[in-house]
Design a binder for this molecule. Structure first.
Ligand code: FAD
Length: 510
């Protein structure tokens, strides 16, 4: 019998080899999962994806980070084809405006600043150079940052620029749908109206058995991937996994988004502009600009947020602003029994450092790497949950850092963020950097030294000391060391074309 048209009660689930994978939800998460699973394991499993046009997708999520290259490499995606299909532009980092203080600006680039030395990071040499009047702005030593500020981009030979993309989320899901269907994924249009489960037996045995749709059909499966968005229909609502609320540290709980027609050239970076009640994004695509305001509902109401956003966009508004509510946090478990939540169903921090699509990709690649062979083992579930928790907690801390370290005195939100107690590890990292300019991270963390240093200094931390090895260098040696790095960046910069011209040539855009 065709499983998609079966109408009886589902058979109970017991730990048995997985044959049928059911993906519930077809937003960015659902289709990324479908693409990744069909590419890596598609010949072994029956993969179906259920989505509901009536419910639709969240429709935001357009800025990415460089890890997306890895996902595209796995899929064997052609960059030109992908960029043309999703109206994508290149992204070299994020411009943070008014974050440290009103009227001040810094940049978090994806590049490496300076050159590392085995004794100490580049920041130590730069700090010594600054003290002796030998160093210019920290960003002058990073090619990606200089290219972004000068609106330039190209694929460079050898190491190249470290970059990500801005993309149209709806077009991206459609692109991945075509990709997945070509590899045999079956899409089922319909609304899930009932989730059947058998929760008797050991934790790794019982689980979800089937999903009833509004047309009366029943979709049975062995492994269910919950990509139903913030509602978390399978993991949260059915399996009862609680949500850890992190709003004590991340005060923004709402967003309003609007698309506008492009005016002027697309810049190769996201703009993040802080306001008294939150911050605003501007994401330039080839055909339009994505705009949004992320705000704290305790400091601004929805109507005022819409007006504030509309007052701060350029170009004709293409659709009326839409308000989205969220609770920053994470499900206590992201894999329970035979259900794995990937995407918003597993949690959401907030979009400040564009980490959600990365977390989808990471959840998916982790699942593929730990894919159950002869039935689902509790040890795999525990390991998966532990790795996922550690990954998101360090990203959470990095985001909190932006809010906590600030000099703004104009608004309560910013004063509250500065005065709040932060997680212990973050508090330690801030103190360590203040005392010694050192950054010590675990090897598997997403954001590396380059990111932490740019944001810590950008937000206004001035370390009180740095490594003594830098004092060994004479003025001439230190000046030459710093000067060469700066000149190298300048030499490469002038070879780069304007970003807009490069995108047009690369994608054949008008
Ligand atoms: P959704 O897009 O909500 O998809 C859920 C799917 O489940 C839909 O297909 C829906 O039809 C289906 N569904 C739900 N219930 C049912 C049902 N009962 N029956 C059948 N189908 C059902 N991420 C980034 O990486 N970069 C960003 O710049 C970024 N910006 C963001 C800005 C905001 C304001 C927000 C809120 C999020 C942002 N994100 C960003 C996160 C990003 O949008 C999401 O991670 C991404 O879109 C994945 O969403 P999803 O697929 O999990 O959920």
């Amino acid at each position: 019998m065709n499983p998609s048209t079966q109408t009886s009660t589902p058979t109970p689930y017991a730990s048995k080899p997985v044959r049928r994978i059911v993906i519930a939800g077809g937003g960015t998460a659902g289709w990324m999962v479908a693409a990744g699973l069909s590419k890596s394991l598609g010949r072994l499993y029956d993969i179906r994806l259920i989505e509901s046009e009536e419910i639709g997708t969240i429709g935001v999520g357009e800025a990415t980070i460089p890890t997306l290259h890895f996902f595209h490499e796995i899929l064997g995606i052609d960059e030109r084809e992908f960029m043309a299909a999703t109206q994508a532009t290149f992204k070299l980092g994020i411009s943070f405006e008014n974050w440290r203080n009103v009227g001040e600006h810094y940049f978090h680039s994806f590049g490496t600043t300076g050159k590392p030395h085995w004794t100490a990071g580049f920041q130590h040499f730069w700090l010594e150079g600054r003290k002796r009047g030998l160093a210019s702005d920290y960003g002058d030593y990073c090619l990606e940052l200089r290219a972004a500020m000068d609106n330039r981009f190209a694929h460079l030979p050898n190491t190249g620029l470290n970059y990500a993309y801005h993309l149209d989320a709806t077009l991206y899901a459609q692109y991945l749908r075509r990709y997945s269907e070509a590899l045999g994924v079956r899409r089922i249009e319909g609304k899930i109206v009932k989730v059947h489960s058998d929760l008797s037996g050991e934790a790794s045995h019982g689980g979800i058995t089937g999903l009833s749709l509004n047309d009366g059909s029943l979709i049975e499966g062995d492994l269910f991937i919950d990509c139903t968005g913030m509602r978390s229909l399978l993991l949260g609502e059915t399996l009862g996994v609680a949500y850890q609320d992190w709003s004590e540290w991340l005060h923004c709980d709402s967003a309003v988004a609007v698309q506008t027609a492009s005016v002027g050239e697309a810049v190769p970076y996201t703009r993040s502009i802080a306001h008294p009640w939150g911050w605003q994004w501007r994401i330039p695509l080839q055909h339009r600009v994505g705009n949004g305001l992320v705000f704290s509902s305790r400091h601004l109401d929805d109507e005022a947020a819409k007006l504030a956003l509309l007052a701060n966009v350029q170009g004709e508004v293409m659709r009326q602003p839409r308000v989205i509510k969220f609770t920053p946090g994470q499900r206590e478990l992201v894999w329970k029994r035979n259900c794995v939540a990937i995407g918003l169903s597993s949690g959401f921090l907030e979009p400040l450092e564009s980490t959600s699509i990365h977390l989808i990709q990471r959840g998916l690649t982790r699942l593929i790497q730990m894919f159950p062979a002869d039935g689902i083992c509790q040890s795999d579930i525990d390991e998966y949950n532990d790795q996922s928790r550690r990954a998101i907690e360090t990203i959470r801390d990095f985001i909190i850092l932006h809010y906590h370290v600030n000099n703004r005195t104009d608004a309560k939100l910013w004063r509250d963020c500065r005065e709040m107690a932060v997680p212990n590890l973050l508090a330690h990292r801030i103190q360590l950097f203040k005392d010694s300019a050192r950054v010590c991270l675990d090897s598997d963390e997403l954001f590396r030294d380059n990111s932490w240093i740019q944001v810590m200094m950008g937000q206004g931390i001035a370390p009180s000391a740095h490594h003594p090895v830098t004092r060994q260098m004479s003025d001439a040696d230190l000046g030459e060391f710093l000067g060469e790095i700066r000149k190298d960046a300048a030499r490469s910069l002038i070879k780069l074309p304007k970003h807009q011209d490069y995108v047009s040539r690369f994608c054949g855009a008008p």
